[in-house]
Design a protein around this ligand. Structure first.
Ligand code: SF4
Ligand code: SF4
Length: 166
């Protein structure tokens, strides 16, 4: 099996102000999926944070995220843990020169027999684990599906925001 080690913090964007956030974050959703460290590389897993709306890649508890999810850290701390992918707007604008982005090309198909062990390590809920197992090793990541969805229908993000604040 892959020597997987949990990366504790699941970072989230903590923008200086909302305008800056809007301009830098493209809602790829990747920072809200759990990560593992294999060797010296950080990889995304298929397991979303329980507070993520996987349909729209939006946090359902954004204003209370640090209170409800202590592993949801600031952009600065996430950057120290290589938790953002290369195409994240914050990485493009703010990452230090030697920043090593999180990768999204882990061989889940090859490691599928160990998926439960990895999920145990990460403390993944039964519900989310069941969903990922049902989708199977060849499924596209849910963050990519949601990203494609909101590219095709940008108003989904507005709807998710309205739902969150209602
Ligand atoms: S990884 Fe970056 S661009 Fe993607 S959702 Fe997180 S903050 Fe936004
Ligand atoms: S609490 Fe919200 S922002 Fe933080 S990791 Fe979970 S879904 Fe993302």
């Amino acid at each position: 099996m892959a020597r997987a080690k949990r990366i504790e913090p699941t970072p989230s964007p903590t923008p200086v102000n909302s305008e800056q956030h809007e301009s830098l974050c493209n809602h790829c959703g990747k920072c809200c999926y759990q990560k593992i460290i294999v060797g010296r590389t950080v990889y995304l897993t298929p397991f979303p944070c329980t507070f993520l709306d996987t349909h729209t890649n939006m946090c359902t508890v954004y204003d209370r995220r640090h209170e409800l999810n202590p592993d949801c850290l600031s952009i600065e701390t996430g950057m120290k843990h290589s938790a953002f992918p290369s195409d994240c707007g914050y990485v493009v604008e703010m990452a230090p020169k030697k920043y090593k982005p999180a990768r999204d090309d882990f061989d889940w198909e090859g490691e599928w027999e160990d998926i439960d062990e990895i999920a145990d390590d990460l403390g993944v809920s039964t519900e989310i684990r069941g969903l990922i197992r049902t989708r199977g090793p060849k499924a596209r990541p849910m963050y990519d599906e949601a990203f494609e969805r909101i590219q095709a229908t940008p108003s989904l993000v507005d709807l998710a925001r309205a739902k969150k604040s209602s």
